[in-house]
Design a protein around this ligand. Sequence first.
Ligand code: SF4
Ligand code: SF4
Length: 110
Amino acid sequence: MSGSNGKEKDSSLSEEFLRELDDALKEPVCPECVMCGWCCKQTVCYYGQWDYDRHQCMFLTNDNLCDKYEEIVKYEKSIGLEVGLFGSGCCLNYANPDRIKLLKRRNGEP
Ligand code: SF4
Ligand code: SF4
């Protein structure tokens, strides 16, 4: 009897654990994107196209924004993508020089 109860408890605990894990994985875990544009100068995302002359994605604007932002958001929404390209933070490289420069400037550092 107690063995069977124990098994039921284990299984419900494990379902709860999996549910919590699933929720945790949906939370953004990367630091904030400060729109430095560095990632789009290293390689392109699924929607990008490399500009060999400028050595960056051809859709990266001069003020480091994505020229396809509206189009990408609209497309990802249309296919019901849960985690889109934008809004999950900066997961590529925590120590990229452009990001650090922007963060320092924001903190009033030289
Ligand atoms: S390198 Fe990081 S901070 Fe800079 S634009 Fe890309 S995601 Fe944002
Ligand atoms: S399409 Fe936009 S987000 Fe993707 S690499 Fe180009 S500029 Fe960056």
